[in-house]
Design a protein around this ligand. Structure first.
Ligand code: SF4
Ligand code: SF4
Length: 437
């Protein structure tokens, strides 16, 4: 009986596959054919996503029905039978989602615990929504990668990355797994980003954003547009991300930060950096901006600016290798990178925070988890991490007293954490889809 009931939503997927194949989008058709296999995961959040998919499938049929009915009416052709048939197919597709409301079917899809359903589903919807906008609005040459190689396949990329966001969120909402999963997904992003860059350099131009190469040095996010007077994509992406997720740009999304994290993680106990590093950090930001402005004003050729930027980038890697490894602190990110400072400052506009409650016994255990030097003794005494906190969350699980918590606009700390996770993981998945040079 269960199999018979489940065959209804599967049939809806087959109908959608036929619809897309008939419209010459065989890739999306094939994706609809394999989509029901996600139910084999037997996870409740996957079931919910499947329900949303079926409702959206109904909308697809409805849109087609309206389009064809209008077309036929304009051409004075019979349209009533066609309208009824497509209307019934639209209803069938959307209503087949109700199969999952049956108690027997729901038994198959087990809940794993609090937070295991809603956050992954929302992450899927947010990711699909944002990438869907890119797929519909953005045209060549900046379109989604799959769309560049196979027209129509952009929607499949949207589906895959949205499911990926749900899967990662499911892992991340478990506090015990958060630090390890965060480091892995951050590294995955960096590897994908640089793999695209290397392949782009090797001649696969479709892997580059505009077909023109830019250097992947974070400092250039600010200095590049200032020098060129154009090329604002990364700056807009950075600004939007910092507004949404604050300084989490530095601990979840920066393609270079993942390297500094690797370098610092080699040492078990992080050391303290000298106090004057703050002055150096501000000085570097001012110098980088002033240099970009001067190079532009003096009409210096682009190649000179590119070589200067390359030198700045290589020096940054040297700082990771020498200083971050030695100190166990992400020295590149908290001392050298101008974008890191911009993220710390601008991130203050964003309402997400990590705070220490009064249950803190000042044992100092959390200090050992923080690679951003944001939990010095004075910070713990003040009950809030320092300016360099990137909201990474690594310290939270270290505290036996449960004194470290996310805060967001008066919501409970669990809700604040869920909202933060959904947001950063959705951004991570969107970045995988769009961030290339
Ligand atoms: S680990 Fe917890 S109790 Fe110890 S200093 Fe940090 S916040 Fe306070
Ligand atoms: S204070 Fe906690 S959340 Fe902030 S950077 Fe340090 S480990 Fe990450």
């Amino acid at each position: 009986m269960k199999i018979l009931r489940l065959s209804l939503p599967v049939l809806s997927c087959l109908l959608l596959a036929a619809h897309f194949s008939r419209g010459n989008n065989n890739i999306l058709g094939a994706a609809c054919l394999v989509f029901p296999f996600i139910l084999l995961s037997k996870k409740e959040w996957v079931m919910r996503v499947f329900q949303v998919f079926l409702v959206l499938g109904g909308v697809v049929w409805l849109e087609r029905a309206l389009f064809l009915v209008q077309l036929r009416r304009r051409m004075n052709m019979p349209w009533i039978r066609l309208g009824i048939i497509l209307g019934v197919v639209a209803l069938f597709t959307a209503l087949s989602a109700l199969v999952f409301r049956s108690g027997k079917i729901r038994e198959i899809f087990k809940r794993n615990g609090p937070g295991s359903v809603l956050p992954p589903v929302i992450a899927v919807l947010v990711t699909a929504g944002l990438l869907g906008i890119v797929q519909v609005v953005v045209k060549a040459p900046v379109m989604l990668l799959a769309e560049r190689f196979f027209p129509g396949a952009g929607w499949v990329e949207v589906m895959v990355l949205a499911l990926y966001a749900g899967w990662v969120t499911e892992k991340m909402v478990d506090p015990a797994k958060t630090p390890a999963v965060r480091r892995r997904l951050w590294l995955v992003f960096s590897i994908v980003f640089f793999a695209q860059l290397i392949l782009g350099l090797a001649g696969v131009e479709k892997l580059l954003m505009t077909g023109k190469l830019h250097l992947p040095v974070p400092a250039l996010i600010l200095a590049g547009p200032l020098f060129r007077g154009e090329g604002f994509f990364m700056l807009i992406l950075f600004g939007a991300t910092v507004l949404l997720a604050g300084p989490a740009w530095c601990s979840y999304l920066c393609y270079i930060g993942a390297w500094d994290n690797l370098a610092a993680a080699g040492k078990k106990v992080p050391k303290s950096l000298p106090r004057w590093r703050h002055v150096i950090r501000v000085g570097i930001l001012v110098l980088v901006l002033a240099a970009a402005f001067l190079l532009r004003t003096l009409g210096v050729p682009g190649i000179v600016a590119t070589l200067s930027a390359a030198f700045f980038g290589v020096l940054g890697v040297g700082i990771m290798v020498v200083f971050s490894r030695k100190a166990g602190v992400m020295t590149h990110c908290v001392t050298y990178c101008p974008i890191g400072l911009a993220a710390n400052w601008l991130g203050r506009i964003n309402p997400f925070r990590v705070r220490i409650t009064d249950t803190c016994t000042e044992c100092g255990a959390c200090k050992l988890a923080c690679r951003y030097e944001a939990l010095k003794d004075t910070d713990i005494k003040n009950r809030k991490p320092g300016l360099t906190c990137t909201l990474c969350g690594d310290c939270i699980t270290r505290c036996k007293e449960n004194s470290l918590r996310y805060k967001f606009l008066g919501t409970s700390h669990e809700t604040a954490r869920y909202i933060f996770m959904v947001l950063v993981i959705s951004l991570h998945a969107v970045f995988l889809g769009v961030a290339r040079l």
